[in-house]
Design a protein around this ligand. Structure first.
Ligand code: ZN
Length: 175
């Protein structure tokens, strides 16, 4: 018996010293170049409570877009905040129309493997009508990249298929 005891073993190999030319006295890691590679399936559930933000997601499922309004200074937060970061007052929920303006965006041709999204991924920063802050989310259904312009009108669109996280109940698209 030996390595065949490791049922998920892929390979054992010798890693090269990537800095070999810099070591006049030889490879200092020579004793550690033998590498074992395994295939390891991890499957776990993560329980996540959405806390004071829950109502935002509950109403997204009802196709309503909520911000919060500060009872102290009147600032409207979208992304909602239970507590106003400016004056530390507790806020209240306020429904917005979901229409807004594209303030900025970035085009990403790389996303982590666990994100099953279309490439390129457009991350939009939107000032929703009635809000004092910017809301960041994916822009979809824009057609060609050249169609995306700063200051263009956009709107919240709602998921029509089941989603893996309530954040995916919405995205932005051209209005
Ligand atoms: Zn405030």
């Amino acid at each position: 018996m030996g390595l065949e005891l490791v049922s998920n073993l892929m390979e054992v190999y010798t890693a090269e010293d990537p800095m070999a030319f810099d070591h006049p006295e030889g490879d200092p890691w020579a004793d550690f170049r033998e590498i074992m590679r395994i295939e390891w399936t991890m499957d776990f559930k993560y329980k996540h409570v959405l806390g004071k933000y829950s109502k935002f997601f509950i109403e997204l499922a009802n196709r309503k877009f909520l911000a919060t309004e500060c009872k102290g200074c009147g600032k409207v937060w979208a992304i909602p905040r239970p507590l106003c970061s400016d004056c530390l007052s507790i806020t209240r929920w306020k429904e917005l129309s979901g229409k807004g303006t594209l303030e900025s965006y970035s085009v990403s041709y790389f996303v982590p493997a666990f994100m099953e999204v279309e490439i390129p991924y457009i991350l939009a920063m939107v000032r929703l009508d009635g809000a004092d802050t910017l809301f960041t989310h994916q822009l979809r259904n824009y057609g060609e990249l050249d169609n995306i312009k700063v200051d263009m009108p956009v709107k919240v669109a709602y998921a029509t298929e089941p989603v893996d996280h309530p954040m995916l109940l919405m995205h932005f698209e051209p209005a």
